[in-house]
Design a protein. Structure first.
Length: 176
C-alpha cells in the first residue's frame, strides 16, 4: 500500500513570485482580485433587499441554502449604484474575520479573464487619490499596456466595517 502524502495549500498571506488574478470591469476601469479567495462566479439573479443596510449592500441571495450578502462594488467605492446588465455577475468570495469565514457576493459589471501576474509587475498603490480609498488598493498591475487595480479584498469586504456602517458608525473605528 502506498503512503498517504499530504499536500499543503498555499498560504494566501505568504509572498509569491506570481499569482493568478480574476480581472473584471466596473464602469470603464479594470480591476483584479486574487483567485485564492474566490469560490465561484454566478449569473446575477434574484437578490432580496434587506432594510436599513448601506446603499452598497444590494441584499442577500440563497446560495444552496446559505444566505450570502451581495455587495455592489461600484457603490462600495462611492460611485453610483451599478446598473445590472446581462453581463453582470456575482463573484462569490470567502472572507475571513475575527468571527470566522463568511461568504460574500460581489456584484461586478463583467468578468474578463484569469491572468497570471508576476509579483514584479505589481507596483505599490499610488499615494494620491485614485477614486477609491487607498487601503482598498493592494497594488497596480500593468497588463497589456493598461493599468489594472489589484484590490485588497480583505479591506474592501471587511465584515466588521460593513456591519459598523450598517449601524451608522464611523468606518475609521473598524480599522483600529
Amino acid at each position: 500500500m502506498g503512503a498517504l502524502v499530504k499536500t499543503e495549500q498555499p498560504d494566501p498571506a505568504a509572498p509569491r513570485d506570481e499569482a493568478q488574478y480574476l480581472t473584471f470591469v466596473l464602469g470603464e476601469e479594470m480591476f483584479a482580485m486574487d483567485i485564492l479567495g474566490i469560490k465561484e462566479i454566478i449569473q446575477y439573479g434574484h437578490v432580496t433587499g434587506v432594510p436599513m443596510m448601506p446603499t452598497f449592500v444590494r441584499g442577500v441571495i440563497n446560495l444552496r441554502g446559505a444566505v450570502v450578502p451581495v455587495v455592489d462594488l461600484a457603490a462600495r467605492f462611492g460611485r453610483p449604484v451599478a446598473k445590472v446588465t446581462r453581463r453582470s455577475c456575482i463573484v462569490i468570495l470567502e472572507t475571513r474575520s475575527e468571527q470566522g469565514a463568511q461568504d460574500v457576493g460581489v456584484l461586478v459589471d463583467a468578468v474578463s479573464a484569469v491572468l497570471t501576474i508576476p509579483a514584479a509587475e505589481i507596483e505599490p498603490p499610488p499615494s494620491f487619490g485614485g477614486g477609491i480609498r487607498a487601503d482598498f488598493i493592494g497594488g497596480m498591475a500593468k497588463v497589456e499596456g493598461r493599468f489594472v487595480i489589484v484590490l485588497n479584498v480583505d479591506r474592501v469586504l471587511s465584515v466588521e466595517e460593513m456591519a459598523l456602517l450598517s449601524r451608522g458608525g464611523d468606518p475609521g473605528e473598524a480599522a483600529s
